[in-house]
Design a protein around this ligand. Structure first.
Ligand SMILES: Nc1nc2c(ncn2[C@@H]2O[C@H](COP(=O)(O)OP(=O)(O)OP(=O)(O)O)[C@@H](O)[C@H]2O)c(=O)[nH]1
Ligand SMILES: *[C@@H]1O[C@H](CO)[C@@H](O)[C@H](O)[C@H]1NC(C)=O
Length: 457
Protein backbone atom coordinates (compact mmCIF):
# COMPACT_ATOMS: atom_id res chain seq x y z
CA UNK A 1 0.00 0.00 0.00
CA UNK A 2 1.30 3.39 -0.94
CA UNK A 3 -0.32 6.69 -0.19
CA UNK A 4 1.15 9.50 -2.15
CA UNK A 5 1.34 12.66 -0.17
CA UNK A 6 2.59 16.10 -0.91
CA UNK A 7 1.73 18.37 1.94
CA UNK A 8 1.41 22.07 1.39
CA UNK A 9 2.73 23.52 4.61
CA UNK A 10 1.05 26.84 3.88
CA UNK A 11 -2.31 25.19 4.27
CA UNK A 12 -1.86 24.84 8.01
CA UNK A 13 -5.52 25.01 8.75
CA UNK A 14 -5.94 21.82 6.81
CA UNK A 15 -3.41 19.81 8.76
CA UNK A 16 -5.95 18.33 11.12
CA UNK A 17 -8.12 17.32 8.21
CA UNK A 18 -5.13 15.72 6.64
CA UNK A 19 -4.62 13.34 9.51
CA UNK A 20 -8.25 12.49 9.81
CA UNK A 21 -8.45 11.67 6.16
CA UNK A 22 -5.25 9.68 6.21
CA UNK A 23 -6.83 7.46 8.84
CA UNK A 24 -9.95 7.02 6.78
CA UNK A 25 -8.02 6.15 3.68
CA UNK A 26 -5.65 3.87 5.48
CA UNK A 27 -8.33 1.94 7.31
CA UNK A 28 -10.44 1.42 4.26
CA UNK A 29 -7.36 0.35 2.33
CA UNK A 30 -6.30 -2.09 5.01
CA UNK A 31 -9.76 -3.42 5.53
CA UNK A 32 -10.02 -4.24 1.84
CA UNK A 33 -6.48 -5.62 1.97
CA UNK A 34 -5.69 -3.87 -1.25
CA UNK A 35 -2.82 -1.88 -2.63
CA UNK A 36 -4.87 0.81 -4.31
CA UNK A 37 -3.23 4.18 -4.65
CA UNK A 38 -5.03 7.38 -3.85
CA UNK A 39 -3.26 10.47 -5.13
CA UNK A 40 -4.20 13.25 -2.84
CA UNK A 41 -2.40 16.41 -1.84
CA UNK A 42 -3.87 17.17 1.51
CA UNK A 43 -6.66 14.69 2.02
CA UNK A 44 -9.10 17.60 1.81
CA UNK A 45 -10.72 19.33 4.67
CA UNK A 46 -12.30 16.44 6.46
CA UNK A 47 -12.59 18.05 9.89
CA UNK A 48 -16.28 18.64 9.39
CA UNK A 49 -17.15 14.98 9.05
CA UNK A 50 -14.30 13.31 10.89
CA UNK A 51 -13.70 9.67 10.20
CA UNK A 52 -17.37 8.74 10.37
CA UNK A 53 -18.02 8.87 6.66
CA UNK A 54 -16.42 6.23 4.47
CA UNK A 55 -14.73 7.13 1.20
CA UNK A 56 -17.08 7.18 -1.79
CA UNK A 57 -16.03 6.81 -5.42
CA UNK A 58 -17.12 8.77 -8.45
CA UNK A 59 -16.55 7.23 -11.86
CA UNK A 60 -17.49 8.66 -15.22
CA UNK A 61 -17.34 8.13 -18.94
CA UNK A 62 -17.82 10.27 -22.03
CA UNK A 63 -19.69 9.82 -25.31
CA UNK A 64 -17.55 7.39 -27.34
CA UNK A 65 -17.40 9.83 -30.28
CA UNK A 66 -15.53 12.55 -28.38
CA UNK A 67 -11.85 13.22 -29.02
CA UNK A 68 -8.97 13.25 -26.57
CA UNK A 69 -8.90 17.00 -26.13
CA UNK A 70 -12.58 17.46 -25.45
CA UNK A 71 -12.37 14.63 -22.94
CA UNK A 72 -9.76 16.60 -21.08
CA UNK A 73 -12.30 19.38 -20.74
CA UNK A 74 -14.91 16.98 -19.38
CA UNK A 75 -12.37 15.92 -16.76
CA UNK A 76 -12.25 19.48 -15.50
CA UNK A 77 -16.01 19.53 -14.93
CA UNK A 78 -16.06 16.22 -13.09
CA UNK A 79 -12.94 17.02 -11.06
CA UNK A 80 -14.55 20.22 -9.84
CA UNK A 81 -17.68 18.31 -8.89
CA UNK A 82 -15.49 16.02 -6.78
CA UNK A 83 -13.80 19.07 -5.32
CA UNK A 84 -17.18 20.37 -4.20
CA UNK A 85 -18.24 17.00 -2.82
CA UNK A 86 -15.11 16.90 -0.70
CA UNK A 87 -16.21 19.98 1.15
CA UNK A 88 -18.76 17.71 2.86
CA UNK A 89 -17.88 14.08 2.19
CA UNK A 90 -14.73 12.20 1.22
CA UNK A 91 -14.97 11.28 -2.46
CA UNK A 92 -12.26 9.94 -4.75
CA UNK A 93 -12.41 10.43 -8.49
CA UNK A 94 -11.76 7.19 -10.35
CA UNK A 95 -10.01 8.02 -13.62
CA UNK A 96 -11.68 6.44 -16.68
CA UNK A 97 -9.10 4.43 -18.66
CA UNK A 98 -8.41 5.78 -22.15
CA UNK A 99 -9.16 3.87 -25.28
CA UNK A 100 -11.17 3.29 -28.42
CA UNK A 101 -10.77 6.88 -29.56
CA UNK A 102 -11.80 7.68 -33.09
CA UNK A 103 -8.58 9.54 -33.95
CA UNK A 104 -6.21 6.96 -32.51
CA UNK A 105 -5.48 5.03 -35.66
CA UNK A 106 -1.98 3.65 -35.11
CA UNK A 107 -1.98 -0.09 -35.33
CA UNK A 108 -1.10 -0.75 -31.70
CA UNK A 109 -2.97 -1.84 -28.62
CA UNK A 110 -4.63 1.28 -27.23
CA UNK A 111 -7.34 0.41 -24.80
CA UNK A 112 -7.25 0.32 -20.99
CA UNK A 113 -4.60 3.03 -21.08
CA UNK A 114 -4.18 4.38 -17.55
CA UNK A 115 -4.14 8.12 -16.87
CA UNK A 116 -0.60 7.87 -15.58
CA UNK A 117 0.57 7.28 -19.16
CA UNK A 118 -0.46 10.80 -20.08
CA UNK A 119 -0.83 12.82 -16.91
CA UNK A 120 1.03 13.34 -13.69
CA UNK A 121 -1.18 11.75 -11.05
CA UNK A 122 0.46 13.61 -8.22
CA UNK A 123 -0.45 16.90 -9.89
CA UNK A 124 -4.03 15.81 -10.44
CA UNK A 125 -4.09 14.72 -6.81
CA UNK A 126 -3.20 18.19 -5.62
CA UNK A 127 -6.62 19.27 -6.85
CA UNK A 128 -8.81 16.30 -5.94
CA UNK A 129 -8.14 12.75 -4.71
CA UNK A 130 -7.81 10.51 -7.75
CA UNK A 131 -7.09 6.87 -8.44
CA UNK A 132 -6.73 4.66 -11.49
CA UNK A 133 -9.56 2.30 -12.36
CA UNK A 134 -7.44 -0.80 -11.82
CA UNK A 135 -6.69 0.38 -8.31
CA UNK A 136 -10.40 0.94 -7.75
CA UNK A 137 -11.02 -2.69 -8.72
CA UNK A 138 -8.45 -3.87 -6.19
CA UNK A 139 -9.61 -1.55 -3.51
CA UNK A 140 -13.31 -2.26 -3.79
CA UNK A 141 -12.68 -5.98 -4.03
CA UNK A 142 -13.95 -6.45 -7.58
CA UNK A 143 -14.95 -4.77 -10.79
CA UNK A 144 -18.38 -3.85 -9.50
CA UNK A 145 -19.91 -0.40 -9.69
CA UNK A 146 -22.94 0.03 -7.50
CA UNK A 147 -24.88 2.56 -9.55
CA UNK A 148 -24.62 3.98 -13.04
CA UNK A 149 -26.50 7.11 -14.05
CA UNK A 150 -26.65 7.52 -17.78
CA UNK A 151 -26.99 11.22 -18.40
CA UNK A 152 -29.23 12.22 -21.27
CA UNK A 153 -31.15 15.18 -22.60
CA UNK A 154 -34.85 15.73 -22.02
CA UNK A 155 -37.01 13.95 -24.57
CA UNK A 156 -39.23 17.00 -24.94
CA UNK A 157 -36.28 19.41 -25.24
CA UNK A 158 -36.02 22.67 -23.36
CA UNK A 159 -39.04 23.85 -21.44
CA UNK A 160 -40.67 26.78 -23.32
CA UNK A 161 -37.56 26.98 -25.47
CA UNK A 162 -35.52 28.11 -22.45
CA UNK A 163 -32.50 26.40 -20.92
CA UNK A 164 -32.93 26.04 -17.20
CA UNK A 165 -31.28 23.84 -14.61
CA UNK A 166 -33.15 20.62 -13.95
CA UNK A 167 -32.60 16.89 -13.50
CA UNK A 168 -35.03 13.98 -13.35
CA UNK A 169 -34.82 10.22 -13.46
CA UNK A 170 -36.50 9.31 -16.74
CA UNK A 171 -36.92 6.42 -19.12
CA UNK A 172 -33.79 5.78 -21.13
CA UNK A 173 -33.90 7.37 -24.58
CA UNK A 174 -31.07 5.24 -25.89
CA UNK A 175 -31.02 1.59 -24.82
CA UNK A 176 -28.02 0.45 -26.78
CA UNK A 177 -25.12 1.03 -24.47
CA UNK A 178 -25.91 -1.35 -21.63
CA UNK A 179 -27.61 -4.70 -21.32
CA UNK A 180 -28.54 -7.04 -18.48
CA UNK A 181 -26.76 -10.36 -18.11
CA UNK A 182 -28.37 -13.60 -16.86
CA UNK A 183 -27.65 -12.67 -13.27
CA UNK A 184 -29.37 -9.34 -13.65
CA UNK A 185 -26.18 -7.25 -13.59
CA UNK A 186 -25.62 -4.46 -16.07
CA UNK A 187 -22.92 -4.93 -18.67
CA UNK A 188 -21.48 -2.33 -20.97
CA UNK A 189 -18.27 -0.97 -22.46
CA UNK A 190 -16.67 -0.01 -19.13
CA UNK A 191 -13.42 1.06 -20.83
CA UNK A 192 -12.77 -2.43 -22.15
CA UNK A 193 -12.82 -4.10 -18.72
CA UNK A 194 -15.15 -6.92 -19.64
CA UNK A 195 -15.44 -8.23 -16.09
CA UNK A 196 -16.95 -4.96 -14.89
CA UNK A 197 -20.60 -4.92 -13.98
CA UNK A 198 -23.01 -2.48 -12.44
CA UNK A 199 -25.69 -3.40 -9.94
CA UNK A 200 -28.08 -0.66 -10.94
CA UNK A 201 -28.58 1.54 -14.00
CA UNK A 202 -30.86 4.51 -14.39
CA UNK A 203 -31.15 7.28 -16.92
CA UNK A 204 -31.01 10.81 -15.67
CA UNK A 205 -32.21 13.64 -17.86
CA UNK A 206 -30.07 16.67 -17.07
CA UNK A 207 -29.68 20.28 -17.92
CA UNK A 208 -27.18 21.20 -15.30
CA UNK A 209 -23.76 22.44 -14.44
CA UNK A 210 -21.44 19.85 -12.94
CA UNK A 211 -21.64 21.29 -9.42
CA UNK A 212 -25.41 20.74 -9.38
CA UNK A 213 -24.80 17.01 -9.21
CA UNK A 214 -23.49 17.44 -5.68
CA UNK A 215 -26.84 17.41 -3.82
CA UNK A 216 -28.01 14.49 -5.94
CA UNK A 217 -24.91 12.43 -5.14
CA UNK A 218 -25.08 13.31 -1.45
CA UNK A 219 -28.78 12.93 -0.81
CA UNK A 220 -30.39 10.85 -3.53
CA UNK A 221 -27.99 7.93 -3.40
CA UNK A 222 -26.02 6.18 -0.69
CA UNK A 223 -24.04 3.97 -3.06
CA UNK A 224 -20.33 3.89 -2.38
CA UNK A 225 -19.47 3.87 -6.06
CA UNK A 226 -21.42 5.92 -8.54
CA UNK A 227 -20.70 6.30 -12.21
CA UNK A 228 -21.93 9.17 -14.37
CA UNK A 229 -21.93 8.09 -17.98
CA UNK A 230 -22.09 10.70 -20.75
CA UNK A 231 -20.59 13.20 -18.33
CA UNK A 232 -20.13 15.69 -21.18
CA UNK A 233 -23.84 16.45 -20.71
CA UNK A 234 -22.83 18.43 -17.65
CA UNK A 235 -21.62 21.95 -18.31
CA UNK A 236 -19.11 24.12 -16.44
CA UNK A 237 -21.39 27.04 -15.83
CA UNK A 238 -20.73 30.61 -16.92
CA UNK A 239 -17.07 31.41 -17.47
CA UNK A 240 -17.42 34.72 -15.64
CA UNK A 241 -18.46 32.83 -12.54
CA UNK A 242 -16.35 29.70 -12.84
CA UNK A 243 -13.07 30.76 -14.39
CA UNK A 244 -10.96 30.34 -11.25
CA UNK A 245 -12.25 26.83 -10.63
CA UNK A 246 -11.80 26.02 -14.28
CA UNK A 247 -8.18 27.21 -14.39
CA UNK A 248 -7.30 25.56 -11.09
CA UNK A 249 -8.42 22.18 -12.39
CA UNK A 250 -6.76 22.91 -15.72
CA UNK A 251 -3.46 23.71 -14.05
CA UNK A 252 -3.61 20.40 -12.19
CA UNK A 253 -3.58 18.54 -15.51
CA UNK A 254 0.19 18.37 -15.85
CA UNK A 255 1.46 15.97 -18.45
CA UNK A 256 3.33 12.92 -17.19
CA UNK A 257 6.98 13.47 -16.41
CA UNK A 258 8.05 10.85 -18.93
CA UNK A 259 6.28 12.62 -21.79
CA UNK A 260 7.59 16.02 -20.76
CA UNK A 261 11.10 14.56 -20.63
CA UNK A 262 10.85 13.14 -24.14
CA UNK A 263 9.55 16.45 -25.49
CA UNK A 264 12.14 18.49 -23.56
CA UNK A 265 14.97 16.37 -24.89
CA UNK A 266 13.68 16.88 -28.43
CA UNK A 267 13.47 20.64 -27.84
CA UNK A 268 17.04 20.72 -26.67
CA UNK A 269 18.43 18.58 -29.47
CA UNK A 270 16.42 19.81 -32.44
CA UNK A 271 15.25 23.28 -31.50
CA UNK A 272 17.96 24.70 -29.26
CA UNK A 273 15.31 25.18 -26.60
CA UNK A 274 15.73 24.69 -22.85
CA UNK A 275 13.62 25.94 -19.98
CA UNK A 276 16.41 28.09 -18.56
CA UNK A 277 17.03 29.90 -21.82
CA UNK A 278 13.33 30.07 -22.70
CA UNK A 279 12.28 31.23 -19.23
CA UNK A 280 9.77 28.41 -18.89
CA UNK A 281 11.07 26.68 -15.77
CA UNK A 282 8.24 24.96 -13.91
CA UNK A 283 7.80 24.32 -10.23
CA UNK A 284 6.94 20.69 -9.64
CA UNK A 285 4.03 21.85 -7.47
CA UNK A 286 1.67 23.77 -9.76
CA UNK A 287 -0.29 25.17 -6.81
CA UNK A 288 2.70 27.39 -6.01
CA UNK A 289 3.23 28.60 -9.54
CA UNK A 290 2.20 32.09 -10.61
CA UNK A 291 3.30 33.45 -13.96
CA UNK A 292 2.47 36.69 -15.66
CA UNK A 293 2.05 37.41 -19.34
CA UNK A 294 5.48 38.01 -20.77
CA UNK A 295 7.37 35.99 -18.14
CA UNK A 296 8.01 33.28 -20.73
CA UNK A 297 10.20 33.91 -23.76
CA UNK A 298 10.00 30.55 -25.54
CA UNK A 299 12.49 28.71 -27.71
CA UNK A 300 13.91 30.15 -30.93
CA UNK A 301 11.25 28.62 -33.18
CA UNK A 302 7.74 29.21 -34.38
CA UNK A 303 5.30 26.37 -33.77
CA UNK A 304 2.16 25.56 -35.64
CA UNK A 305 -0.73 23.20 -35.17
CA UNK A 306 -2.09 22.47 -38.59
CA UNK A 307 -5.26 20.42 -38.38
CA UNK A 308 -6.03 18.56 -41.64
CA UNK A 309 -7.90 15.34 -42.44
CA UNK A 310 -11.56 15.63 -41.36
CA UNK A 311 -11.09 19.39 -40.84
CA UNK A 312 -10.80 19.91 -44.56
CA UNK A 313 -14.44 18.88 -44.84
CA UNK A 314 -15.74 20.05 -41.48
CA UNK A 315 -14.32 23.58 -41.78
CA UNK A 316 -13.76 23.95 -45.51
CA UNK A 317 -14.19 27.73 -45.42
CA UNK A 318 -11.62 28.25 -42.66
CA UNK A 319 -8.75 25.95 -43.60
CA UNK A 320 -5.92 27.31 -45.78
CA UNK A 321 -4.28 25.40 -48.61
CA UNK A 322 -0.81 24.10 -47.74
CA UNK A 323 0.69 26.80 -49.94
CA UNK A 324 -1.15 29.56 -48.15
CA UNK A 325 -0.34 28.02 -44.76
CA UNK A 326 3.35 28.17 -45.79
CA UNK A 327 2.97 31.87 -46.68
CA UNK A 328 1.65 32.59 -43.22
CA UNK A 329 4.42 30.56 -41.60
CA UNK A 330 7.04 32.52 -43.55
CA UNK A 331 5.62 35.86 -42.60
CA UNK A 332 5.51 34.78 -38.93
CA UNK A 333 9.12 33.59 -39.09
CA UNK A 334 10.26 36.82 -40.67
CA UNK A 335 8.36 39.03 -38.28
CA UNK A 336 9.94 37.30 -35.29
CA UNK A 337 13.35 36.87 -36.92
CA UNK A 338 13.25 33.09 -36.65
CA UNK A 339 14.59 30.40 -38.95
CA UNK A 340 12.91 27.30 -37.57
CA UNK A 341 9.33 26.06 -37.58
CA UNK A 342 8.04 23.14 -35.56
CA UNK A 343 5.07 21.45 -37.21
CA UNK A 344 2.41 19.55 -35.27
CA UNK A 345 -0.15 18.12 -37.61
CA UNK A 346 -2.40 15.17 -38.24
CA UNK A 347 -1.66 15.50 -41.97
CA UNK A 348 -0.49 12.47 -43.95
CA UNK A 349 3.22 12.36 -44.73
CA UNK A 350 2.80 13.57 -48.34
CA UNK A 351 1.08 16.73 -47.15
CA UNK A 352 3.86 17.41 -44.67
CA UNK A 353 6.45 16.95 -47.42
CA UNK A 354 4.50 19.31 -49.66
CA UNK A 355 4.40 21.96 -46.92
CA UNK A 356 8.11 21.51 -46.34
CA UNK A 357 8.71 22.04 -50.05
CA UNK A 358 7.13 25.49 -49.79
CA UNK A 359 9.43 26.42 -46.91
CA UNK A 360 12.85 26.10 -48.49
CA UNK A 361 15.52 28.09 -46.75
CA UNK A 362 13.97 27.42 -43.36
CA UNK A 363 14.43 24.55 -40.94
CA UNK A 364 11.18 22.57 -40.80
CA UNK A 365 10.97 20.18 -37.85
CA UNK A 366 8.45 17.50 -36.97
CA UNK A 367 8.46 15.03 -34.11
CA UNK A 368 8.40 11.41 -35.24
CA UNK A 369 8.27 8.83 -32.46
CA UNK A 370 10.33 5.69 -32.39
CA UNK A 371 8.41 2.43 -32.38
CA UNK A 372 9.12 2.04 -28.65
CA UNK A 373 7.82 5.49 -27.79
CA UNK A 374 4.67 4.95 -29.84
CA UNK A 375 4.05 1.58 -28.22
CA UNK A 376 4.56 2.92 -24.72
CA UNK A 377 2.73 6.19 -25.06
CA UNK A 378 0.22 5.58 -27.86
CA UNK A 379 -1.27 8.19 -30.18
CA UNK A 380 -2.39 10.18 -27.15
CA UNK A 381 1.17 10.45 -25.88
CA UNK A 382 2.48 11.57 -29.27
CA UNK A 383 -0.23 14.24 -29.37
CA UNK A 384 0.92 15.43 -25.93
CA UNK A 385 4.57 15.56 -27.02
CA UNK A 386 3.51 17.68 -30.01
CA UNK A 387 1.47 19.93 -27.75
CA UNK A 388 4.27 20.36 -25.24
CA UNK A 389 6.76 21.32 -27.96
CA UNK A 390 4.25 23.75 -29.49
CA UNK A 391 3.62 25.24 -26.07
CA UNK A 392 7.28 26.21 -25.66
CA UNK A 393 7.78 28.06 -28.95
CA UNK A 394 8.37 31.79 -29.17
CA UNK A 395 5.21 32.11 -31.29
CA UNK A 396 2.34 29.73 -31.89
CA UNK A 397 -0.16 29.58 -34.74
CA UNK A 398 -3.11 27.22 -34.30
CA UNK A 399 -6.05 25.95 -36.31
CA UNK A 400 -9.53 27.39 -36.33
CA UNK A 401 -11.70 26.06 -33.43
CA UNK A 402 -9.55 22.99 -32.83
CA UNK A 403 -9.64 21.75 -29.27
CA UNK A 404 -6.13 20.44 -29.87
CA UNK A 405 -5.01 24.04 -30.51
CA UNK A 406 -7.01 25.32 -27.53
CA UNK A 407 -5.18 23.00 -25.17
CA UNK A 408 -1.85 24.37 -26.47
CA UNK A 409 -3.03 27.94 -25.97
CA UNK A 410 -3.97 27.13 -22.37
CA UNK A 411 -0.58 25.55 -21.74
CA UNK A 412 1.10 28.72 -23.01
CA UNK A 413 -1.16 30.85 -20.87
CA UNK A 414 -0.07 28.83 -17.81
CA UNK A 415 3.60 29.13 -18.82
CA UNK A 416 3.28 32.91 -18.98
CA UNK A 417 3.54 33.81 -22.65
CA UNK A 418 2.30 37.15 -23.78
CA UNK A 419 -1.07 36.74 -25.44
CA UNK A 420 -0.16 38.12 -28.85
CA UNK A 421 2.24 35.21 -29.46
CA UNK A 422 -0.35 32.61 -28.44
CA UNK A 423 -3.85 33.44 -29.64
CA UNK A 424 -3.26 33.29 -33.38
CA UNK A 425 -4.62 31.01 -36.03
CA UNK A 426 -4.25 30.23 -39.70
CA UNK A 427 -6.46 32.26 -42.00
CA UNK A 428 -8.14 30.78 -45.06
CA UNK A 429 -6.73 31.39 -48.54
CA UNK A 430 -6.47 34.95 -49.68
CA UNK A 431 -7.29 36.49 -46.29
CA UNK A 432 -4.56 38.57 -44.72
CA UNK A 433 -6.51 38.83 -41.50
CA UNK A 434 -9.35 36.80 -40.04
CA UNK A 435 -11.16 36.50 -36.74
CA UNK A 436 -8.59 35.42 -34.14
CA UNK A 437 -9.21 33.02 -31.24
CA UNK A 438 -10.71 34.49 -28.08
CA UNK A 439 -8.16 35.22 -25.41
CA UNK A 440 -8.55 33.43 -22.09
CA UNK A 441 -6.66 34.74 -19.11
CA UNK A 442 -5.28 32.26 -16.60
CA UNK A 443 -6.85 32.82 -13.17
CA UNK A 444 -5.44 32.04 -9.76
CA UNK A 445 -7.35 31.53 -6.56
CA UNK A 446 -5.32 33.80 -4.30
CA UNK A 447 -7.22 33.12 -1.08
CA UNK A 448 -6.75 29.39 -1.33
CA UNK A 449 -3.29 29.43 -2.86
CA UNK A 450 -4.81 27.96 -5.95
CA UNK A 451 -5.91 24.83 -4.24
CA UNK A 452 -9.44 24.86 -5.38
CA UNK A 453 -12.90 26.06 -4.86
CA UNK A 454 -13.72 28.82 -2.45
CA UNK A 455 -17.32 29.65 -3.20
CA UNK A 456 -20.07 28.15 -1.12
CA UNK A 457 -22.65 26.18 -3.00
N1 LIG B 1 0.19 13.93 -32.82
C1 LIG B 1 -0.73 14.76 -33.29
N2 LIG B 1 -2.00 14.36 -33.35
C2 LIG B 1 -2.92 15.23 -33.80
C3 LIG B 1 -2.57 16.53 -34.23
N3 LIG B 1 -3.70 17.15 -34.61
C4 LIG B 1 -4.70 16.28 -34.43
N4 LIG B 1 -4.24 15.11 -33.95
C5 LIG B 1 -5.00 13.91 -33.65
O1 LIG B 1 -6.34 14.13 -33.97
C6 LIG B 1 -7.10 14.28 -32.80
C7 LIG B 1 -7.89 15.55 -32.93
O2 LIG B 1 -8.95 15.47 -32.26
P1 LIG B 1 -8.95 16.02 -30.78
O3 LIG B 1 -8.27 17.31 -30.70
O4 LIG B 1 -8.49 15.01 -29.82
O5 LIG B 1 -10.41 16.01 -30.49
P2 LIG B 1 -11.44 16.91 -31.12
O6 LIG B 1 -12.24 17.33 -29.96
O7 LIG B 1 -12.08 16.22 -32.26
O8 LIG B 1 -10.47 18.09 -31.57
P3 LIG B 1 -10.55 18.94 -32.82
O9 LIG B 1 -11.26 18.05 -33.81
O10 LIG B 1 -9.13 19.24 -33.20
O11 LIG B 1 -11.34 20.08 -32.32
C8 LIG B 1 -6.13 14.38 -31.66
O12 LIG B 1 -6.61 13.83 -30.46
C9 LIG B 1 -4.95 13.61 -32.17
O13 LIG B 1 -5.13 12.23 -32.00
C10 LIG B 1 -1.21 16.90 -34.17
O14 LIG B 1 -0.82 18.01 -34.50
N5 LIG B 1 -0.33 15.98 -33.69
C1 LIG C 1 -33.63 13.83 -5.08
O1 LIG C 1 -34.35 13.75 -3.88
C2 LIG C 1 -35.23 14.84 -3.66
C3 LIG C 1 -35.78 14.70 -2.25
O2 LIG C 1 -36.36 13.42 -2.07
C4 LIG C 1 -36.31 14.84 -4.73
O3 LIG C 1 -37.19 15.93 -4.54
C5 LIG C 1 -35.64 14.95 -6.09
O4 LIG C 1 -36.59 14.87 -7.12
C6 LIG C 1 -34.60 13.87 -6.25
N1 LIG C 1 -33.86 14.11 -7.50
C7 LIG C 1 -33.88 13.29 -8.54
C8 LIG C 1 -33.12 13.71 -9.74
O5 LIG C 1 -34.48 12.24 -8.54
Amino acid sequence: MIINMAVDVAALKRVLGLFVCLCVTRTSLQREDADGIVYSADGKDTTAFGSAKPMRFLLYDVNPGEGFNLRRDVYIRVANLVKFLNEDEPWTLVLPPWGRLYHWKSNIDQIKVPWGTFFDLESLGRHVPVMEYKDFIKMSGGAVIEEVYYLQRYKEGWKDGKWEERMDIRDCLDQNYYHKDEEGAWRGWFWGYEETKAKKLQCLSVQAQASSMKPFLMHNTTARSVMLDRAEELIHGAYSEWSIEWWTARRSMRFSKQLRDIADKFREQELDSTDEKDRTVLLEDWTKMRRKHGDALGGPYLSIHLRRRDYLYAHKEEVPSLLYAAEQIKSGLEKHKLKTVFVATDAPKEEFEELKGYLQGYKVVKYTPTKEVLESFKDGGIAIIDQWICAHARVFIGSYVSTFSFRIQEEREILGFSQDVTYRRFCPDGQLTCEQPSKWVVKYDEENQGRGLHTEL
